[in-house]
Write a protein of this length. Structure first.
Length: 301
């Protein structure tokens, strides 16, 4: 039995006449009759009763008609799903995220992609930069989001935005009343820094900014991410510098103030990272959404 025989059977069953079915299928009657006979021989059951006007389904034929329609429907679905998968419209996309990145931009991009490709299952993984790089190389994820990625021969990146630096301080700190804090005003003030992990990272950027300005860093705590750092600020452990996108996190007792006296390159990127040799339609579709999002950000900047 093959798909052609099933299609022939359905045509005869629906037309109730070999001649009309043959015209519908654009074949002559003899080969159509032979295919139906071969199908009956294989199933060892009569599918049709021959009548003066044509054919009528037997009870077995009626059951087989329902099954045949289901089979043909599944085949069409399989073809359609395969085509959609080939265009990046179906499948599973494993995405790595990190601490403060999930507070703002990343959810916006993921929502846009999910709206455009509802058939794709997005699976999120919380990973450090080093873990993301390893997972990409092992193909356990297709894409990651991170900051300050050093050049790597096998991994490419698309920078989505560059965040300015802000200061997170307790609202009862003397500096909290100022509309703008100059970097030199933070000299020897207690600071919480983040993250621990692969270098270069945000700590390196903050250290460079302080060093170039001749300002002393008085580090009291080094923590894993911006969320933990801001939580410690709210409890009086000192201040911290954050990317401006992390300022959407509202905790009691914390105020975010722009930071002045910085060089032009004192910004922190948010980038999308992926394997250079990954040419999958799914990744291509996701990167298209990322580029569209980035273009709109630049347009409104």
């Amino acid at each position: 039995m093959d798909i052609r025989q099933i299609r022939y059977f359905v045509a005869v069953a629906e037309e109730r006449n070999i001649g009309r079915a043959a015209k519908r299928l654009f074949i002559s009657q003899p080969p159509l009759t032979r295919q139906i006979q071969q199908l009956e021989d294989e199933l060892q059951v009569k599918l049709f009763e021959r009548t003066a006007k044509g054919v009528e389904l037997t009870s077995a034929g009626l059951l087989f008609l329902n099954e045949s329609r289901n089979i043909l429907s599944l085949i069409e679905q399989a073809k359609e799903r395969t085509k959609r998968a080939g265009k990046g419209q179906l499948g599973r996309l494993d995405v790595a995220i990190f601490g403060s990145g999930i507070l703002n931009t990343i959810p916006d991009i993921l929502k846009r992609f999910k709206t455009a490709y509802p058939g794709v299952n997005i699976v999120l993984h919380q990973m450090s930069k080093a873990e993301q790089i390893e997972a990409l190389r092992q193909k356990r994820i297709s894409v990651g989001f991170n900051r300050l990625l050093a050049p790597l021969p096998d991994i490419d990146s698309t920078m989505i935005l560059q965040d300015k630096l802000m200061v997170a301080v307790r609202d009862d700190h003397p500096l909290a009343t100022k509309p703008l804090i100059n970097l030199k005003e933070l000299d020897n003030e207690p600071i919480v820094v983040f993250p621990k992990g692969a270098r270069p990272n945000f700590v390196d950027l903050v250290s460079r900014v302080f060093q170039e300005a001749g300002v002393t860093m008085n580090i009291t705590q080094t923590v894993v991410d911006a969320v933990t750092s801001i939580a410690l600020v709210s409890r009086g452990f000192g201040f911290c510098l954050i990317p401006s996108s992390a300022s959407v996190l509202q905790l009691p007792g914390v105020k975010y103030i722009p930071l002045g006296g910085l060089p032009d390159n004192a910004t922190v990127d948010l980038s999308c990272i992926y394997l250079k040799d990954d040419h999958s339609p799914l990744l291509s579709a996701f990167l298209a959404v990322v580029h569209e999002y980035k273009s709109q950000l630049n347009h409104h900047a």
